[in-house]
Design a protein around this ligand. Structure first.
Ligand code: C5P
Length: 222
């Protein structure tokens, strides 16, 4: 019998949004559902991989054989990602990481101000998780995502180079039939000198097709 495509390969996937606390009851986040990352995790398992998911706050379940590390903030996700590098062969960054966090997290609930209608939150940049993984000494095969509304190819190729990735999967989020929170997606996957198209279909099928491309490219360089 044929070996499954990812037999024995250690795959780490970040998924979902991050939450950046403002105070004990408030946070900054985004509408990522985690569906694409979780579909990739379940598909990778079915293809024989050892799968770890580093998940922001999402309401989804995973197959019992998948190792799940739950995190909230980008900095927690960053730390878990770097800790996974000892064993990771393939790292897929599917999470919608908050670009900024609040400079200070108030330890008590912030009170409404009686004397002013305007208050200011200062935001500071979060670490770029996939870029740090891709530049680590013991670097796994690195796959990123690029959600774009325009000039998809140019922006995706820019991110591929800037973040030192092996592959980038780009999707058009100006189209509400795909991407963020939808059950469906369509992707264009770019390597430095190759491109692959995955037409619009449900995220489970997209996940299988993307993992086939990833495993082919991973095997061609390792
Ligand atoms: O630069 P941009 O956020 O569009 O890049 C998206 C890709 O980078 C995704 O793969 C996302 O998971 C990853 N990313 C990350 N850490 C960040 C921001 C984005 O890993 N702080």
């Amino acid at each position: 019998p044929q070996q499954p495509l990812l037999a024995g390969v250690n795959v780490v996937i970040t998924a979902g949004p991050t939450q950046e606390a403002i105070d004990p009851v408030r946070y900054i986040s985004n509408h990522s559902s985690g569906k694409m990352g979780f579909s990739l995790a379940n598909a990778a398992l079915s293809m024989g991989a050892n799968v770890t998911v580093i998940a922001g706050p999402v309401n989804l379940s995973l197959a019992a054989d998948i190792k799940r590390i739950d995190v909230k903030s980008a900095r927690d996700m960053h730390q878990a990602a770097l800790a996974s590098l000892d064993t990771a062969d393939i790292f897929i960054a599917c999470a919608a990481v908050a670009d900024y966090r609040t400079e200070t997290v108030h330890s008590e609930k912030m009170k409404k101000q009686a004397d002013t209608d305007v208050i200011t939150l200062t935001l500071v940049k979060n670490p770029d998780i996939i870029a740090d993984v891709a530049n680590a000494e013991n670097r796994p095969f690195c796959v990123g995502f690029a959600a774009e509304t325009n000039d998809i190819e140019a922006y995706a190729l820019g991110k591929l180079a800037r973040k030192n990735l092996d592959l980038i999967a780009a999707n058009d989020v100006s189209n509400s039939a795909q991407g963020f929170n939808s059950d469906n997606n369509a992707l264009t996957v770019f390597a430095k000198d190759k491109r692959f198209d995955i037409p619009l279909c449900n995220k489970k099928e997209v996940a299988i097709q993307l993992l086939k491309i990833i495993s082919e490219q991973y095997k061609s360089i390792s």
